[in-house]
Each structure stands twice: as C-alpha cells, then as structure tokens.
Design a protein around this ligand. Structure first.
Ligand code: SAM
Length: 559
C-alpha cells in the first residue's frame, strides 16, 4: 500500500493533467491599431493569452526579463469588464498552463511578479512552487492597496494584496537596489566638511556583546564612555584607534557626545535593498490607481487598475533600460504604459475589448507624451511606438462531413507561416527561390503550397538545390512517385500531417472570463463608491478577423 503513495507534494484539482495541446497560431498585425514609430519592438496583442503565449513561444522563449501579471483574483465578484467569479478548480485550470508558458518565455536571469489577494494567493504559491521550483521563490511582497478600513466589511477589511515573486533561476537573479529617496539622502550631511563628502552618524555599539569589544573610551574633552548596558562596541580597541586616526569617529558638534561612526554616502551601497512591505507611500494604492485611470479616460475609469507607481517599483527592481517585459492579463495597460515610460521593450496581451477601448488609446496617449502617473518622475516626453496584433483563427476546421480542412481565412502567406510554426521552421521567405519559405537550420528549408506536386515540379526544385541542402514540402496532394524520389526531399500532405498534433478549431480557452451581462454589480470593497461607466465597443472584436488577409505576418520583433 505504502509503495503506491507518491512522495511528491502536489496540489491537485479537477482538470489537472488534462491541459490542451495548443495550436501554435500566428500573429497578424492590425495596422489600424498600431501607433507611433514603425520600427518598434513593442507588441499589443488582442486575444486569449493562452493561445497568444503559445504563439509567442517560438520567437520569445528565454527572452523576457520580467513578467508582471495581475490575473482575475477569483474573488467571486463580477466586474464590469470581465468575470472574476470562477469556480476554484477552473481558476487553477486557467492559471496552470499559462504560468507554465510564461516560465518558458522568461530569460535565465528573469523574474515573474504576480498580483493576487488572499482568496487564491496560497494556492497560487503552491502552484508556482510546482512550476518554478520551490527554490526559485524569491518573496511574497505585501502591498498596502488601501488606506483606512472599509467599515462595511463583514469580517476583516482587506488592506493589502500579495505580489508573489519567482526567479527563473534564483541562484543568478538579483534585485536592483532602490534609489534612496530625497528624505533618505537628507540623513547624509557634512558638518565637519570631510573631503570624503556627506555622511551620517551610525551607532558604534553592538546588540550581541563580544568580550574583545568591551573597553572604555576617552573622548576629546576627557569624558569616559563605556558601551551601553548589555552591549559592547562593534569594533576592537585597535580598530577603534584606526578609525580615530582616519577621522571616522564623530563626537557631536560640541565634541562631548557619545562616539558615533561616520558612514559615508560614497561608501555605502548605491541604493536600498528592496523590502517585502510596500506601503502606499512608496507604491501608491488603488485609490490613486482609480484617479490615474479616470484622468486617462476622461472621467471613466477601468474597473480594477493598478497604480503606475506600483509597476514602476517592480520594473525598477526587476529590469534595466532596454529589457523586455510582458503582461498577459493587461487590463487597462498600466504595466506597458509604465514600461514604455521607463524605456523598456514590452508585450501586452488582453482578451477583452478593452484592448481597443482602453489599452490602445492609453498607449497612444503615452506615446504622445501623456503626463499622468510616473511621467514627471521619469521625465517622460513621449516617443516610440507599438504594433497591434491579433491571433489568426484556427488553421483547420471541420467541413459539413466532419473532415478537417484548411480554414478559408488563410491566404498562401498565412498558410506558409502557420506550417513553418507547426513544423518548427522560422518563416523567412527567400526573395529568389520560391520554395525557400522557411528555414530550420542553415541548409534545411520548408516549402508549403496548395498545389498538386508533380514529379516534374519536384525535379525542377531538386535541380535548383545546392549540395547538402534539404527540403520539406507540405502540400495538399502529390503524385505517388514523388515520395522517396530524392533522399534530401521529404513530402507531406496537409492537413494529414497536422492531425493529432494539437487541438484545432478552438478559439476560446478563456473559461468565460469576459462576456458578462453588462449591468452586473461589482462589490469589491476597495473599489466601492466609484462609478466607472466605460462604454464598450462590442463590435470591435468581430471586425478583427474581417481583413485578416490584408495584414502583415509577425516576424521576430526583438531583432
Ligand atoms: C485585474 S485585470 C488587470 C488590471 C491591470 N493590471 C491594470 O492595471 O489595468 C485582469 C485582466 O485580465 C484579462 N484577462 C482575463 N483572462 C484573460 C485571458 N485568458 N487572456 C487575456 N486576458 C485575460 C481581463 O480581461 C482583465 O482585463
């Protein structure tokens, strides 16, 4: 009996282990919603993040320095823009495959930061331990999201959120220090004009006494000083004498004070080690977030925005200028707005129509030099740009007889790009050789066509091939003699080659997070008494796919 018990500690739930095999979709630019400089690495994506993350995997695996997500908290409340009331297992089913994909995108020195509240934080911790490894857990930051109690709360007034932080590899990940505030810098003065610059007086006594540091000190005016009761000095007598010689001991302006050690600003660490408690003074709160949101949307606010200062602090600790960040539960785009103002590259993914009604206009304003949030503190002047992408529909769908066929939404370019992704090739059409559409290694090519491939066609291609080049042809049909005709040319039929590889025909893995009745009440206490009446343009997503054929296919955007 005991032998049957697995010793692995594991959280289980209904549906775990039944994660779908995802279709690797391609991303198509919608130029109507791209904005600013053309040559930009930044991507705003409308679609379910599960499919979008899968679509990004080929180009971005291991390349993202920091991921921030603020998923629906599963509080049982229905918000205006999305449904937050998922059954517990369903919520875990939502998070698990997404967190796994997110991990793949992180660079070796990257980190992920997840906002969550008490409803799911402990389950999420265990889930993340499984995906990232317990050893890569860095911190559980407690962020003071609300000032003052909500007196209408039935049990406790919920004043904080958690931010779970995991490193991809904790042994190499280190946080950046937080620059000292003006107030902290004011502690450093230079009353004796020391040429080493400003310093602050620090205690010379130690809490844990040491025998060798118990001695009496004679001050410059003849006064004797002993360590305070139960303590000793922090240095030996020899070291103390060296400090005196080096003018590192301070006796107060009257020279009669207890000895203190001078700590020079030029010699201390370049900033403060981040703490796990983030008060609203250092990271703002939900009220400020609402205020910022109302300013951006001319009085209408997003239902659950985060304040820019919170994101600034995260990106300050986790990234440097030029690093890539990603938020796949984008909401009203706070993370990418802050990333943009701080000179980071970014990818944002949002499922709801607020990709159009909130994310797009906010990022437009940021690029035009919007001055809210952190703009003044980072001296934001505007600039840059982004490309707006949507996901292609499924490559295959079933006809009236239940047979899988290539979707009519795909033109030749899209089909070639999709096949490249499925077969593990990079889509890179060659200007000269029409059959060189995708490449997997220096000499290995892919050619996708809906034509019937004949022996003559195959011979012509083979004549053009150089020594050591190899080719995979994916076509709808071919002459039987083509098979095995050349050792360096393989030939496969579409769609047969794809069947069973992944799940086709499924566009929605969102577990019904959006599409609520429009007038559903929200009652999350920290957002109570606010009235964000945002009018959604429900037609926008339907329009997305209409002109899919005219759009450009995504290339690798960080190159
Ligand atoms: C709490 S909000 C994020 C708020 C954001 N941090 C801000 O400052 O505005 C969560 C967002 O995740 C989005 N979302 C939920 N499920 C999603 C999915 N499967 N794919 C993409 N976005 C999703 C919701 O539509 C919602 O906008």
């Amino acid at each position: 009996m005991a032998n049957n018990i697995s010793h692995k500690l594991e959280l289980t739930w209904v549906g775990k282990g039944e994660e779908p095999k995802l279709e690797p979709r391609i991303l198509i630019e919608n130029p109507d919603y791209s904005y600013g400089e053309n040559d930009t690495p930044n991507l705003l994506i409308h679609g379910d993040n599960l499919l979008a993350l899968k679509a990004l995997e080929q180009d971005y695996a291991g390349r993202v320095k920091c991921i921030y997500i603020d998923p629906p908290y599963n509080t049982g409340n229905a918000f205006e823009h999305y449904d937050d009331g998922l059954e517990h297992s369903q919520w875990l089913n939502l998070m698990y495959p997404r967190i796994k994909l997110l991990r793949n995108l992180l660079s070796e020195d990257g980190s992920i930061w997840i906002s969550i509240d008490d409803d799911e934080s402990h389950y999420l911790k265990v889930l993340c331990d499984e995906v990232f490894g317990r050893g890569n857990f860095v911190a559980n930051i407690v962020w003071q999201k609300k000032y003052g109690p909500a007196n209408d709360a039935k049990w406790f007034s919920d004043s904080h959120d958690h931010i779970l932080v995991y490193a991809k590899n904790k042994s190499i990940w280190r946080p950046n220090l937080i620059p000292r505030t003006e107030e902290q810098l004011r502690d450093y003065k230079n009353p004796d004009n020391d040429p080493r610059g400003p310093w602050r007086a620090s205690d010379l006594s130690a809490k844990t006494p040491s025998e060798s540091c118990m001695y009496s000190i004679k001050g410059p005016t003849g006064l004797d000083f002993s360590p305070p009761p139960t303590r000793s000095w922090i240095v030996s007598r020899e070291r103390f004498n060296e400090l005196i010689t080096d003018n590192r001991i301070w006796w107060g302006t009257s020279k009669t004070g207890r000895p203190m050690m001078k700590k020079f600003l030029s010699e201390v660490k370049g900033g403060i080690t981040p703490e796990t408690w983030w008060s609203r003074d250092v990271a703002a709160d939900n009220k400020i977030a609402k205020y910022e949101s109302k300013k951006i949307y001319n009085g209408d606010s997003f239902a659950t925005p985060k304040p820019e200062k919170l994101l600034e602090r995260i990106l300050m600790i986790a990234t440097n200028s030029g690093d890539a960040i990603l938020d796949s539960f984008l909401g009203s785009a706070t993370a990418i707005a802050v990333a943009h103002k701080m000179g980071r590259k970014w990818i944002g993914i949002e499922l709801g129509n607020h990709a159009y009604t909130h994310c797009y206009p906010r990022m437009q304003k940021v690029i035009d030099g919007e001055q809210g949030g952190i703009s003044k503190s980072v001296d934001w002047k505007g600039g840059g740009g982004f490309k707006f992408y949507t996901l292609t529909p499924s490559l295959l769908n079933q006809d009236g007889y239940g047979n899988w066929v290539i979707s009519k939404d795909y033109n030749a370019d899209m089909l070639a790009a999709a096949m490249a992704k499925h077969e593990g090739f990079r889509y890179q059409p060659d200007g000269q050789a029409y059959w060189k559409q995708g490449q997997s290694s220096e000499k290995d090519y892919l050619y996708t066509t809906t034509l019937f491939i004949t022996v003559e066609m195959l011979d012509r291609i083979h004549d053009e091939m150089r020594q050591q080049e190899s080719l995979l042809i994916c076509c709808k049909a071919f002459q039987p003699e083509c098979e095995n005709r050349y050792a360096n040319i393989s030939i496969k039929k579409i769609p047969h080659v794809l069947l069973g590889k992944c799940e086709f025909g499924k566009d929605d893995y969102s577990l019904n997070i959006i599409n609520l009745p429009e007038d559903e009440d929200r009652n999350e206490t920290e957002f109570a008494n606010e009235d964000p009446e945002v009018v959604e343009d429900m037609d926008v997503s339907k329009n997305n796919l209409k002109s899919v054929k005219s759009r450009t296919i995504q290339q690798s955007l960080f190159d």
